[in-house]
Design a protein around this ligand. Sequence first.
Ligand code: PEP
Ligand code: MG
Length: 591
Amino acid sequence: MIGEKTSKIFPVSLLGAQHPAKNESDELVLKGIPSSPGIAFGKAFVLKPEVLIIPNIQIPPEKIPNEIERLESGLQAMINEIQTALDKVKSESQNISAILETNLLILNDEYILNSIRERIKNCFSAESAVIQEYDNQIKFFKNSMDNILQERSYELEHLRDKLLANIRKKITSYKIPENSIIVAQAITPTDVVNFKESKVKGIITEAGGIASHSSLLARSFEIPSVIGVRDALKLIKRKDCVLIDGYAGLITINPCDESKKLFEERISKESSHKRELGELIKLPSITLDGVPIKLLANIDSPDDVKSAILVDSDGIGLVRTENLVMSLKRFPDEEEQFTWYKEIADRAYPNPVVLRAFDIGSDKYLEGLPHLEKNPALGFRGIRFLLHREDIFSNQLRAFLRASANKNLKIMLPMISTISEIEQSKAILEKCKNELREKDIPFDINVPLGIMIETPSAALLADRFAEVVDFFSIGTNDLTQYTLAVDRSNELVTDLYDTFHPSVLKLIKGIVDAAKSRKIPVSICGELAGHAAATNFLVGIGIDELSVPPVILLELKKRIRELKFKKAKKTAKDIISSSSSSDLMKLLEII
Ligand code: PEP
Ligand code: MG
């Protein structure tokens, strides 16, 4: 078995090249990209892709009405399928429903549908017409400079294939046996909802991106998943016994007895571990030697506050407000924003809430705003966009201020790289405060203003920035991307995206020191905050707060309660002074 040592962590960078490894038994180990953490064990349920249909089958004119009818009934069947999935997830978070609604919007797109109908009227079969039109759209997305749009092209491919299967009435009403591990070329978000209902244990796909909607759903439903597994459909047969490790991205087919035993031990540890976590809810987040670390939650919508409360978080450390823009597909007005922010503030009260101003641009690209850029991660993003669109920024700041009347809100600026960006923002905030004063609208006059530290320039000048703001929150996702010059959403360089790179750790330590010397609070809200291998280091360098997705908050609390600050401080010192990557990994207990 390969990769056992790395299985408790996520960085793909440590896992070497992708290749099947065979040992003396029939056991075969494949490696892919870990896309939803967790481990599971079950029988393979292989979903064979549709046989390719030739895209230019002609039909005689008298068959046109029949083909139109086949299109409409296939389409309706597929819409019904998604609608049923939507009903199933109604009680889950808004984000999950939004993903399925996006699929419905694509299917119902009148432009695409009319063009398919036109092609049928020009004597092409329903299938050929669908392929021609969808492939046109797919080509457009694939050629986009924007990675997220490129990723959406896979989603269109999956929708196309599903629609074709529906037209041919090939939507096999197969029953997936409980505890199966799905093996597929690709899957749609609707499939993931159905898998959850069928109590599927794991998902393996040949295609797919880590940021795709299907991966996102698998993570929300806590179904372990590994994507990008080359030749999975060729190598895994129906009913093969499969072990899936969604932490390390490893698949073991027909494991030998020893591998099975090891895996069973890990699964049973994982489930007793989950039980233990429940008992931690009411216990304080404090190290063995009495150092408290605040644990906050990262959320995307008012609905998510519920999950933060369930794990008794100390507040909300990051609200990604751009999600509101993306779900509406336009910028909301001040009133709409006020209602949304106020709901979050009220639900979390009296705990604090950090509202981040819209981080529009780059991977959070919103169609049409801003226009396509050649290098969006280095372009018109976050604070740069907001300062350019003062109207949008002021609307948001006024809504923030109005929602702050109960004094549990903080405002945070994204993507800061210069002092002048902070000064300009402060001036706009002051203007907004005056406008509200003139109208006698109440707000917190001392609402704290903080910044994300997520660019190397902000990290290197943190001591100066600390003089002009009230708090820092370190965005390790972007800090890693910009420090290592590795695009965080580009699959081709996933292996180089290493949040544990010594340069990134050194910058984090510098930011924390700068905040400490100026006595302002500093937290981390990037993925590193919740990473098992990072807790020792982060506590050791003196971080005050960590903000993570609610689902992993208790895991983090458990690790904090098991460590000693004094020892962590020494380890952090050794980590910062270690010059070799292997020393560093040993200290982080990655190897
Ligand atoms: C980050 O960059 O670490 C961060 C928390 O912000 P986002 O992931 O939303 O860019
Ligand atoms: Mg960021």
